[in-house]
Design a protein around this ligand. Structure first.
Ligand code: NAD
Length: 343
């Protein structure tokens, strides 16, 4: 895995576009925002494939469009797919790259915070199918991932916070000093100060890639990355992926799972309050009613991380440490949902 944080992405990309053996895949929003730079970069206008923004576009029809473009441009195995976008574009382009001619070079240029710190790291590619998220996918690693934090300046506040949830998660699961840094620099983060953004993105990439390096195919230690995700995924799914962005659901998920850890005596009051305060400063809490909680638990019972029908939770057990538990009673889960927020 090769990651580089760079100061001028357009200069860096020139070496991939000197001849005609590449296609660039991006979405309409990114093209609108960065049209001048993109047009200057392309040597031929029809090397670009524009995808409609939004999660609905992460589908097999668009994979076919990518194959068609690769065939039309006669891209060979020395050629490149350049994917310029958030997690949607990265997952889609990565899947096409991994299957075309049994694998073609691809370069990821993540443009959202979530993509820079999470989805572009770890080699997971996917498309949605039959109403299921990420049902079809592969493990496939890009030739390199090139990150320019200047893309984050044009990101919406909601998308920025969605990515920030994953950044905070790294501090909680692996590095308490990093968690403190985020807490102490929250204003600078929201002001999108260059040096602070560069630090939090770089540190997040370092933490996630060191975990992935130890467990490329998600068999053991990589599960630690799922803190907040058992509950988070159930929230996304329960609300049909419409009410919350992925990272927002993960922030709520971390709040509920943090409360479970506290109720089980895995962490003390001071640490619990410290994390809760930071997470609640990112998102408005939502009061789940009993019916919703029952629905959410039902979804969690089908989580792919479960073993012997027991729900798997990754929970904090100390500063910068988490562990996996399969023995959390339904009552504790319900209590956590009912009391995770502050009145
Ligand atoms: P996204 O790719 O849909 O981007 C969100 C929005 O931001 C879109 O409207 C996009 O057009 C816009 N955008 C992108 N870059 C921008 C920029 N620089 N300035 C302004 N707007 C910009 O969403 P996302 O949150 O980046 O990614 C979510 C996807 O990632 C989901 O499909 C999820 O399943 C996937 N994901 C994958 C992994 C993995 O390991 N592969 C991990 C987490 C999430």
């Amino acid at each position: 895995m090769r990651f580089r944080l760079v100061d001028n992405i357009w200069d860096e990309l020139k070496r991939y576009t000197v001849d005609d053996n590449y296609i660039l895949i991006t979405d309409d929003n990114i093209y609108r925002l960065y049209k001048d730079d993109i047009d200057r970069l392309l040597c031929v206008r029809n090397n670009i494939l524009l995808i409609k923004p939004g999660e609905e576009s992460k589908n097999l029809e668009n994979v076919v469009k990518i194959y068609d473009k690769l065939v039309e441009k006669n891209i060979d195995r020395n050629g490149f797919i350049l994917s310029l976008g958030g997690g949607m574009i990265g997952d889609l382009a990565g899947f096409a790259a991994s299957t075309y001619k049994r694998g073609i070079n691809y370069v990821q240029i993540p443009t959202t915070l979530l993509a820079q710190v999470d989805s572009s790291i770890g080699g997971k590619t996917a498309v949605n199918y039959g109403g299921y998220k990420n049902l079809i996918g592969t493990f496939y690693f890009p030739v390199e991932t090139i990150i320019d934090i200047r893309f984050l300046k044009t990101l919406s506040k909601r998308d920025f916070i969605s990515g920030l949830g994953e950044v905070v998660k790294y501090g909680i699961i692996a590095d308490y000093e990093f968690f403190k840094y985020i807490k102490e620099n929250l204003n600078g983060i929201f002001d999108k100060e260059d040096n602070i953004l560069r630090y939090i993105v770089g540190k997040s990439v370092e933490i996630k890639s060191s975990i992935v390096e130890k467990d490329k195919f998600d068999l053991n230690i990589r599960h630690n990355l799922n803190f907040g995700h058992t509950v988070g995924h159930s929230i996304e799914s329960h609300f049909n992926y419409e009410m919350y962005y992925h990272g927002e659901a993960v922030i709520l998920g971390m709040l509920v799972e943090l409360k479970i850890a506290y109720l089980k005596g895995l962490i003390g009051n001071e640490y619990f309050e410290e994390i809760r305060a930071l997470l609640l400063s990112l998102i408005e809490s939502y009061k789940f009613n009993e019916d919703e909680i029952d629905g959410l638990i039902k979804i969690m019972k089908n989580d792919k991380k479960n073993i012997d029908r027991k729900i798997a939770f990754v929970l904090p057990v100390g500063k910068g440490k988490v562990d996996t538990f399969f023995d959390i009673e339904e009552k504790t889960i319900k209590d956590a949902f009912l009391t995770y927020y502050r009145e």
